[in-house]
Write a protein that binds this ligand. Structure first.
Ligand SMILES: *[C@@H]1O[C@H](CO)[C@@H](O)[C@H](O)[C@H]1NC(C)=O
Length: 495
């Protein structure tokens, strides 16, 4: 890299130089391996009764009576990250993005497609249970994180209260409800051909839940403040989820009422804001890209606006463009924040590839002021991020557990760090577990496929279990990566 630039040290050129000089080449086999592992991770996050074909065999059944004290069956779903709470908002967002990964890149998943669909079904089955009492109620969470976090326990040993939290017409939560509608609608597309009955049920429930979200407007951060904030507080409000939910319903159904809804409500729900981070909290960039599909692939003229805003988003990520807004580490990683940064890297990579796919479908380009960006250039930008995660980085470390030669050993995850129930059947109580949090030994159970929070702004990574900002996995980090890595695993689609 030094030989590449003897004199000029303009930041821009440095970045460009880095992009050109990165030479590590992963093969399509490597990406296929990463694809399989990225899906396998979700088995480690499963709550409820595990099926006989469970492959991450160090896990066992857990939380088998969730909801029973409230006369509702809330068994199943996913733990969000390294703890044992079932948070509705990130679980629904995870399911939406996993489904979107399959919708766009399922044709590249080959022998992993069934595993991917099983992972979406695991989330969608739970969300159907959470929506069982609409139009009056949506169950939004199981477990009080303040209490859960005082223990370091395997899910299989959990003895903390499994409080159930809900949003209602009186105590609304349009954010969690509209995201749940988005997830069910996106999942309905995944199962449309292979299981039409299930798909119809998903879509029908999505419509009901969306109606509930829209009719009783409010943020779940107000209704359920002490148990959702600061963990998954809806900082961006609920407007972004309403537009996102309507966009997924528009995409999944043939029903013109959602097009009318988007047209009449889009402007008040964030269609005109340029916004540059896509996460479990803020859905605006994803909504723009999804609706741009309608314009690019189906010529829905009403959505031209969303193509323009998608262009702004894409351009913001590409060094040298007039409205470049992003920050990159010296090693070339997109950097947003110190905590769980890779969630932004995987979600942006997914949007870049998805948008490139839409552009290619009609020969279009992204307009960045007076410049234009081709689909190939957008794909190259995403590839750099995917490759960084998989080990092409200054630390020569893969941030996906179980992938490559070197990967993190001290994952901030209760189930992975405490000996398995099969190896150590005796209980490990709430406080006894902390010896495993603080232990210097590697995790005994490998949470294969988990992508962690990742390195800091200088490409440094601590591999310290107590540094949850860097060493905690999350379902919403992996879900968009599944689609991104599927794209690169397929020889017929790569550049
Ligand atoms: C279309 O959606 C609206 C609003 O949810 C609903 O009232 C109507 O019954 C739907 N029409 C069809 C044909 O499904």
């Amino acid at each position: 890299m030094t030989s590449c630039l003897p004199k000029f040290t303009i930041k821009l050129l440095l970045i460009l130089c880095f992009f050109l000089s990165s030479s590590h080449a992963f093969t399509t086999r490597d990406y296929s391996d990463a694809l399989e592992k990225s899906i396998l991770f979700f088995e480690g996050q499963r709550s409820g009764k595990l099926p006989s074909n469970q492959r991450l065999s160090w896990r066992g059944d857990s939380a088998l009576s969730d909801g029973s004290g409230y006369h509702v069956d809330l068994v199943g779903g996913y733990y969000d990250a390294g703890d044992n709470v079932k948070f509705g908002l990130p679980m629904a967002f995870t399911t939406t993005l996993f489904a979107w990964s399959i919708i766009e890149f399922g044709s590249s998943m080959h022998n992993q497609l069934e595993n991917a669909k099983a992972a979406v079904r695991w989330g969608a089955d739970y969300l159907l249970k959470a929506a069982t009492a609409t139009p009056a109620t949506l169950y939004a969470q199981v477990g009080d994180p303040n209490i859960d976090h005082r223990c370091w326990e395997r899910p299989e040993d959990m003895d903390t209260p499994r409080n159930v939290y809900k949003v209602t017409s009186q105590n609304p939560g349009s954010d969690v409800a509209a995201e749940t509608a988005a997830a069910l609608a996106a999942a309905s597309i995944v199962f449309k051909d292979s299981d039409p009955h299930y798909s119809t049920k998903l879509l029908h429930t999505a419509m009901e839940v969306f109606d509930f979200a829209d009719r009783h407007r409010g943020s779940y951060s107000d209704s359920l403040n002490s148990v959702v904030c600061p963990f998954y507080c809806s900082y961006s409000g609920y407007q972004d989820e309403l537009l996102w939910g309507a966009s997924w319903l528009h995409t999944a159904s043939e029903n013109s009422s959602y097009l009318a809804y988007i047209q009449s409500n889009g402007h008040t729900l964030g269609a005109d804001n340029d916004d540059y981070s896509f996460s479990w909290d803020d859905k605006r960039p994803g909504t723009k890209v999804l609706l741009a599909k309608g314009f690019l692939e189906k010529s829905t003229q009403e959505f031209q606006l969303y193509k323009a805003h998608s262009d702004s988003y894409i351009c913001s990520l590409i060094p040298g463009m007039p409205n470049f807004q992003a920050q990159y580490t010296p090693g070339g990683l997109l950097y947003k924040q110190s905590e769980s940064n890779l969630q932004y890297v995987t979600s942006s990579s997914f949007l870049l590839l998805t948008y490139a796919k839409y552009l290619r479908s009609n020969g279009g380009v992204a307009a960045c002021g007076v410049s234009t960006i081709t689909a190939d250039k957008i794909i190259e930008t995403a590839k750099r991020q995917v490759d960084y995660i998989l080990g092409d980085n200054p630390a020569k470390m893969s941030y996906m557990v179980g992938f490559g030669q070197r990967y993190p050993q001290h994952v901030h995850h209760r189930g992975s760090s405490v000996p398995s129930v099969h190896a150590h059947p005796g209980r490990v109580s709430c406080s006894d577990g902390f010896q495993y949090l603080y232990s210097r030994l590697p995790n005994p159970n490998i949470l294969v496929g988990a992508i962690l929070g990742g390195p800091d702004s200088r490409d440094n990574f601590a591999d310290d279990r107590n540094n949850y900002q860097q060493s905690e996995p999350a379902t919403y980090i992996n879900a968009p990566f599944v689609g991104a890595v599927a794209f690169f695993s397929d020889e017929s689609t790569t550049v």
